[in-house]
Design a protein. Structure first.
Ligand SMILES: NC(=O)c1ccc[n+]([C@@H]2O[C@H](COP(=O)([O-])OP(=O)(O)OC[C@H]3O[C@@H](n4cnc5c(N)ncnc54)[C@H](OP(=O)(O)O)[C@@H]3O)[C@@H](O)[C@H]2O)c1
Length: 270
């Protein structure tokens, strides 16, 4: 039995699709979907140890992501170990390596220093972040974003799911940390054009100043988080601009392009 956290999210959905063909899956989120023969959706809060105890009971593998910094990873790992989980695949972020000054490595230590069989996935920015533009594309065929000509190797969450599925079900990934990116650098202006191509209609790109972006993003996240995001979007360092081959190495096929992601998600922008 494999437990998948973040089950209804960008990674969780394609991961469950892959895993459920091979093994029974218990899918965890606060707002569960309807269960099927092979996937049992359960309502559980990652912040509630009692919920986790019943969610992990009888499982031997765990796909773990924490949707925010407020979760107590040592407590989650304790419950996992106490429940008999043997293997954990954890999602953190490329920032662990690219921005060590942010201290994100501490997120990984409860897993890497546990007695469990572990794999850590450090993805770059997700292609699915483009969904934050869905409304402005639907209503005005435009995208407003900062740093329109700065390219980053955004990753399709389906590729993170593919690597996670391999790490959960195959041998050879124990004790490994994979930095995961897409296959090429893509700028926000190119993303707008690519979404337009998927729609068959032009999408205008409107350059936003750093200050405007800061004001917009601090409505969603704390100022220090936004500062970090804007540093990466505006002045990516060498690590953040490097394309990793890990998706291809682990899955045996190239990482998906942003164009492929946009084609699959065109309906969200129509
Ligand atoms: N976006 C990026 O560019 C980026 C880059 C690097 C790393 N990451 C990491 O990727 C992860 C996000 O993955 P994602 O995009 O697949 O997730 P997502 O689409 O944002 O979905 C979050 C999932 O977590 C569940 N969830 C939220 N709060 C929960 C709680 N308290 N208890 C239990 N479940 C909860 C949600 O379902 P409910 O709401 O129903 O509970 C949903 O299934 C985060 O760890 C993030 O740091 C993201």
């Amino acid at each position: 039995m494999i437990v998948v956290t973040g089950a209804t999210g960008n990674i969780g959905r394609p991961l469950i699709e892959r895993l459920s063909a091979a093994a029974p899956v218990r899918a965890l989120s606060r707002r569960p979907r309807e269960s099927t023969d092979r996937v049992t959706y359960i309502e559980a809060d990652l912040g509630d140890p009692a919920d986790l105890k019943s969610a992990f009971a009888g499982a031997d593998k765990l796909f773990l992501l924490t949707p925010g910094p407020q979760f107590d990873l040592p407590a989650i790992v304790d419950v996992a170990e106490g429940s008999g989980i043997e293997r954990i695949v954890l999602v953190t972020s490329q920032r662990v390596e690219s921005r060590p000054e942010e201290g994100l490595e501490a997120m990984e230590r409860p897993i890497t220093e546990s007695g469990l069989d572990w794999t850590v996935l450090r993805p770059s920015g997700f292609a699915s972040n483009a969904l934050m533009w869905a409304e402005s594309v639907r209503t005005g065929r435009s995208i407003t974003a900062p740093f329109g000509d700065v390219g980053l190797p955004v990753i399709d969450p389906a590729d993170i799911a593919a690597v996670a599925a391999a790490a959960l079900t195959e041998d050879g990934h124990s004790g490994k940390t994979y930095t995961l990116t897409g296959p090429e650098l893509v700028t926000p202006a190119e993303q707008a054009a690519t979404i337009g191509a998927a729609l068959g209609e032009p999408v205008e790109f409107i350059e936003q100043s750093r200050e405007e972006a800061f004001a917009a993003l601090t409505r969603l996240w704390p100022a220090e988080v936004v500062e970090g995001i804007l540093r990466t979007l505006g002045e990516p360092n060498r690590i953040e601009r490097t394309v990793s081959s890990a998706v291809a190495t682990v899955t045996g096929r190239p990482a998906r392009t942003f164009a492929a992601w946009a084609e699959r998600h065109a309906a969200a922008f129509r």
